[in-house]
Design a binder for this molecule. Structure first.
Ligand code: SF4
Ligand SMILES: [Zn+2]
Length: 326
């Protein structure tokens, strides 16, 4: 059955946006050290840097990453300055990153888009982060070309490219305006993995147009597809409002956020596949709580499953919310 979703042009999308944050091009807009179960089989520290740079040229309906971007390309040496600043504040020596072996350089877009990160600055970055065990960057299939291999060759460690698959739903993926198909995703993953570059992906849980049960179904199918393509890690992101377009759809009943129970189920089913790492994004998790009795416990269980990559004991709700709408 075709999905009933409103057509939204790029102009309409841009007009629905709230305002962009005011950022300094010489500072990352956020950075932290977090713990993540690594591709090497244990929990480890990873430095995540959110770089300030020019907005991604794609305008996906669900995206809110543009809020922390600039409208023009950064000045000379801005990106390496941001990275060195964050590493210094986090007290990480890039020449010997022993206690924080992995680093994510997330740029709210595409690392290999030279309008976002100019090539000379990328080269400088390669030298700065070369000694990390893993360097994770984000990219769209349209930018998965020889530049990825060139950057990988600069690193002593392992390059990992994160590509948002979002969903394999045949009506919703084109509607998202990502300008990507499941085939272009597969080709990008094959190209990267052939060159020894690891790939992780982002998958949406309950994009607009789906019921709660359909949201679970399509998230699990998308995880399976990603692993079939050769992805090593799937990170599931419950869709949130806040970017303008989704807020309007929420008001008119065209979009509903998922529930913590679904987040738990998708993670559980993803882990049960035993095909690679699967994470559930817990940022601002309270907005997905529905049941006073068990939601916090479910969030704690998700955290535990994220950090151990094993399916843990189910939560028993005192008021048995699982079988009914709460
Ligand atoms: S490709 Fe990624 S960063 Fe760019 S608009 Fe889409 S979701 Fe946002
Ligand atoms: Zn409950």
């Amino acid at each position: 059955m075709a999905i009933d979703l409103p057509e939204i042009s790029t102009d309409q999308l841009l007009n629905m946006r709230p305002s962009r944050n005011d950022l300094d091009p010489f500072r990352p807009y956020h950075f932290l050290v977090e713990q993540e179960f690594s591709a090497y089989g244990s929990l480890g520290n990873v430095a995540t840097l959110f770089l300030t740079n020019r907005e991604c040229p794609f305008h996906c309906v669900m995206c809110d990453l543009w809020k922390n971007t600039l409208t023009s390309t950064v000045p000379d040496s801005a990106i390496p300055t941001q990275v060195l600043y964050a590493l210094q504040k986090l007290e990480i020596d890039p020449m010997a990153p022993m206690s924080v072996p992995d680093i994510k350089l997330y740029n709210s877009g595409n690392f290999f888009d030279t309008r976002a990160i100019p090539k000379d600055q990328r080269t400088e970055l390669g030298q700065i982060v070369s000694r990390f065990r893993t360097v994770v960057v984000e990219n769209h299939p349209a930018f998965c070309d020889e530049q990825c291999e060139e950057f990988n060759n600069m690193l002593d460690g392992q390059l990992e490219v994160a590509i948002g698959l979002e969903t394999i739903h045949p009506d919703i993926l084109p509607w998202l305006n990502k300008q990507m198909t499941t085939e272009s995703f597969r080709e990008a993953v094959e190209r990267l993995t052939y060159s020894g570059i690891r790939v992780r992906t982002f998958i949406l849980l309950r994009p607009p147009g789906l019921t709660e049960a359909e949201g679970i179904h399509w998230a699990v199918r998308s995880i399976e597809f990603a692993f079939d393509c050769g992805v090593e890690c799937c990170s599931i992101v419950p869709v949130r409002s806040g970017n303008g377009a989704l807020d309007q759809m929420q008001e008119t009943g065209k979009f509903t956020t998922t529930k913590i129970n679904a987040m738990e189920e998708v993670l559980e089913r993803g882990l049960e596949l035993k095909r690679g790492r699967v994470f559930m994004d817990l940022w601002d998790v309270e907005q997905f709580y529905r049941c006073k009795s068990c939601s916090e416990q479910r969030a704690a269980r998700i955290h535990q499953m994220n950090t151990t990559q094993t399916v843990t004991k189910p939560v028993i709700c005192q008021i048995n919310c699982a079988g009914r709408s709460v």
